[in-house]
Design a protein around this ligand. Structure first.
Ligand code: PLP
Length: 394
């Protein structure tokens, strides 16, 4: 007898996978260039040249055992020191390598942090909708309860809603900004209100409520001058889960980190993070990629295409009468279906070979997610399809 829960997860229908299969089948018939596939969050911008150069240089100038060997569980000192220096320069912090544990991307970082923090089946992890659907799988997989709190209509933080949903069992809240699927960056004012609320409630409950920040999109800010609030500087009990999947376009390479600042009250959190990484069998993050990150941590992503696609789609869709949360980062738009039924809209769009993901799994059936990390030409073509689809609702 194997685990029924795991069978359920392993065989569950995946809307995104089904859309991908549909897209592949249609590509074979009409050509990939004619399928407007907005379903996946796979960066379309190639990894920066510095990354390619670093890989070639590392391989050419080192014995294979240097870049193929295990690193320590936390990761190479030189890599973690380079990351700490980068963060200190940008955010005025005083991190060292000892605040960092290298991981296989944000998915690994989050699972490690959940495993480290969740101590009882009564623990609650608060998730702010719309949200990345894998959170549910991971939180429940680690034996905690997910508590969903919808954001406001503009997809910004609903601090009053969060206040009402907090209980003495609240272990942590996940903050993902820039957000997948909405592209919204939570404002500094609202993040400050959230932090003040958590200070008040942690005191009342007699234990810390952690903020877990999920930051794969931190560097994908599409409005010049806009800053993503750096939450560890605003709230002491913050644990950061980071990844280069999106910022350096390396989703298949699996590289990221967990940051536990010294300000975190419970001094055993980093030890629990190291233990969780062991139990989950991560051993170490890919050594070659750690060496790449050591050299490329200061490289900025090229946002030109994402900015262009965002402007084109946001302006075009709002002109056509679609209601869209104003995206400031990442590469997603969360669009309201004209009649509030995104599943129906996604089906209708397939008739035009356009793939958009219904928002049901992200916490809102009324919205659909559009990943615009695609060629600009496809964004341009899609507006004609959106126009035809809107006409079907009139
Ligand atoms: N968190 C969010 C919000 C994401 O969108 C993703 C991937 O799309 C992840 C985590 C997982 O990222 P990674 O590829 O680094 O594991």
């Amino acid at each position: 007898m194997v685990s029924q829960d795991m069978i359920k997860l392993g065989t569950a229908k995946s809307v995104i996978r089904e859309l991908a299969a549909f897209g592949a089948a249609r590509s074979a018939v009409v050509g990939a260039e004619n399928v407007l596939d907005f379903s996946l969050g796979n960066p379309s911008v190639p990894a920066p040249k510095e990354v390619q150069d670093a890989i070639v240089d590392i391989i050419k100038n080192n014995e294979p055992k240097v870049y193929h060997s295990y690193s320590s569980g936390a990761g190479h000192d030189a890599c973690r020191t380079a990351i700490a220096n980068n963060l200190n320069k940008r955010f005025g912090t005083d991190y060292t390598k000892d605040n960092l544990l290298m991981t296989c991307g944000a998915a690994a970082s989050l699972n490690i942090v959940f495993k480290a923090l969740i101590a009882s089946n009564d623990d609650e992890i608060m998730v702010l909708a719309p949200f990345f659907p894998e959170y549910t799988v991971w939180i429940e997989g680690h034996g905690a309860k997910q508590v969903l709190v919808p954001c406001k209509d503009d997809m910004q933080l609903n601090v009053e809603g969060i206040r009402e949903a907090l209980t003495p069992n609240t272990k942590a809240i996940i903050v993902n900004s820039p957000n997948n699927p909405s592209g919204v960056i939570y404002t500094k004012e609202e993040v400050e209100q959230l932090c003040a609320l958590l200070v008040e409630k942690s005191k009342e409950y007699g234990h810390p409520i952690y903020l877990i920040t999920d930051e794969p999109y931190r560097e994908l800010v599409l409005i010049d001058g806009l800053e993503v609030p750096f939450i560890p500087n605003m709230y002491d009990n913050t644990v950061v889960c980071y990844s280069w999947s999106k910022s350096l376009s390396l989703p298949g390479e699996r590289i990221g980190y967990v940051l536990v600042p010294n300000k975190v009250e419970d001094k055993m959190v980093m030890a629990a993070v190291a233990g969780a990484a062991r139990v989950l069998g991560y051993v170490c993050a890919p050594t070659l990629l750690q060496m790449v990150i050591e050299r490329c941590v200061d490289v900025d992503p090229d946002l030109t295409v994402y900015k262009k696609n965002r402007d084109l789609l946001y302006d075009g869709l709002t002109k056509l009468g679609y209601r869209v949360a104003k995206p400031a980062g990442a590469f997603y738009l969360f669009i309201e279906a004209p009649d509030g039924d995104s599943e129906k809209f996604s089906e209708k769009a397939k008739a035009y070979d356009m793939l958009v993901v219904p928002g049901t799994g992200f916490g809102s059936k009324a919205h659909m997610r559009l990943s615009y990390c695609v060629e600009t030409e496809k964004c341009e073509k899609s507006l004609a399809v959106f126009e035809k689809l809107m006409a079907e609702y009139k």
